[in-house]
Design a binder for this molecule. Structure first.
Ligand code: KG4
Ligand code: ZN
Length: 353
């Protein structure tokens, strides 16, 4: 079954053709990230306008890369939430129109669950992808860490899952982005923090880990504020000193030490909770997913701490893409889940698992 997956929940316009949920024939992504850089974060209207301009060329390119015509496609899967309303609307309206015009079944896909299904892609004729050889086996413990979400989910089977914990405030990727801003690194902060951290001492500063009522929940707003206070202290100022003036007063080695110390503690927080859940539930497989799953420190800590070998997905499939949506769309189609009416599928910006 050939499914085209369409993704527009944030600043990536993406489309991909995947066969039977596992063979990725194309993966086309157009990002508007460069246009958001000067604002220090994604501007929803700007992202939506870019989706309008790029969605048709991206879909056509994904068919072209797969050497497919519309007649080769069996179903359309589209992210309908969670995400930015204006952005989701472009993807959903386009998918609805195409489903009607091409007379194809349409599936509304949960973006966060979709991240997990990037782990189900095991082959591709495309160059430069390192993929797992086999699909993960249930029960699967998934650590889904992105710019909008941080959650631990136990999948007993497809669509039979238990949400063990989630963030009560900021997502971990959001914390990376905000800490990057505090020390003057450009958006998106995650990759830039990770790069600078390579030159820093990760033991230089101690930063707090939030204690939560439920052991599998997360909180990242405290560490972000702690980084701001630490930075103000390093430059000899107090909490009244304006945050936007902090980067100019920090020298590069101080920024590197802050980046490394923050990254170590933030990653330790999610890895240690995942390990706790792993030991409690003894799943067959542990997977990581979402933009932050491309972080090397996360991979290193998982590798060191987990008792089983964890297969890591290609970093290009960690951040937003259409392949994960197509893969989950295939499992929805084969399990009869959320077949959508192309005249009625609505966006759900606050959808949660
Ligand atoms: O999954 P994603 O592309 O979008 C959402 O669904 O949110 O994740 C984007 C997030 C951003 O916060 C970005 O800073 C973070 O993932 N990120 C990273 C890395 N690459 C991307 N965080 C830490 N280390 C990285 N290497
Ligand atoms: Zn995402």
């Amino acid at each position: 079954m050939n499914v085209i997956g369409i993704e527009t929940s944030c600043d990536e316009t993406a489309a991909s053709v995947v066969v039977d949920g596992k063979k990725m024939l194309s993966n086309v992504i157009a990002s508007s990230v460069d246009q958001h850089k000067i604002y220090g974060g994604v501007v929803p209207e700007l992202a939506a306008r870019n989706h309008i301009q790029t969605i048709i060329p991206v879909i056509e390119a994904s068919l072209g890369q797969a050497n497919f015509n519309w007649k080769d496609i069996d179903a359309i899967a589209v992210t309908y939430g969670p995400g930015l309303s204006g952005c989701l609307l472009i993807g959903v309206m386009t998918a609805r129109t195409l489903a009607l015009a091409k007379n194809l079944p349409l599936y509304g896909v949960d973006h966060v669950m979709g991240h997990m299904y990037a782990n189900f892609i095991t082959s591709t004729p495309l160059k430069n992808y390192v993929l797992p050889k086999v699909q993960p086996k249930f029960p699967i413990l998934a650590l889904i860490v992105s710019g909008g979400h941080s959650q631990l989910v136990l999948f007993k089977n497809h669509f039979d899952y238990q949400l063990l914990g989630q963030t009560k405030d900021d997502a971990i990727g959001e914390a990376f982005d905000k800490v990057a801003k505090i020390i003057g690194l450009p958006y998106p902060g995650g990759p830039n923090i990770a790069k600078l951290a390579l030159d820093g001492d990760d033991q230089k500063y101690s930063l707090p880990k939030s204690k939560m009522e439920s052991e599998f929940d997360f909180s990242f707003s405290g560490i972000k504020t702690a980084v701001l206070r630490l930075s103000q202290e390093i430059i000899g100022e107090d909490y009244r000193f304006p945050s936007h003036k902090v980067p100019k007063r920090l020298i590069l080695s101080q920024k590197a030490d802050i980046a490394a110390s923050f990254q170590r503690v933030a990653i330790e927080t999610v890895v240690d909770k995942a390990l706790l859940a792993f030991n409690l539930y003894s799943p067959k497989t542990f997977v990581i997913a979402g933009g932050v799953a491309s972080n090397e420190e996360l991979r290193k800590q998982v590798h060191q701490k987990f008792p089983i070998k964890t297969i890591f997905i290609d970093p290009k499939l960690c951040t937003d893409n259409g392949a994960m949506i197509a893969s989950l769309g295939y499992y929805q189609a084969t399990h009869n889940i959320r077949l959508a009416d192309p005249l009625n599928l609505s966006i759900e910006p606050n959808l949660s698992m």
